[in-house]
Design a protein. Structure first.
Length: 95
């Protein structure tokens, strides 16, 4: 089915490369679920499958913008985790 290729291409283009494999898989599954749910909605209200997937992907956002957003989100999450870890290690050294 061509729609699956379109979804795969979109996912490949928005998943940041600097994430762990587990985080990439988790994020990919989440985005894919949203796309298929939205496409299913459009099919139920009368759109053909090709158009339904196109609309679902379009609603997810422009690829570069989405990718940059995820990079910022996960970069900040990693930074916070590192700061917390360093803080805990420092607290243990001081006690």
């Amino acid at each position: 089915m061509q729609q699956h290729k379109v979804v795969e291409d979109y996912l490949d283009s928005v998943i940041p490369t600097n994430l762990t494999d587990n985080k990439k898989a988790e994020l990919r599954a989440e985005i894919e679920s949203h796309i298929y749910d939205k496409a299913e909605f459009y099919i139920k209200i009368g759109y053909d499958e090709k158009v339904a997937f196109e609309k679902a992907i379009e609603e997810m956002g422009e690829t570069e913008c989405v990718k940059q957003s995820f990079e910022v989100i996960y970069k900040d999450s990693l930074l916070k985790a590192v700061l917390i870890f360093v803080g805990l290690c420092t607290a243990n050294l001081l006690s």
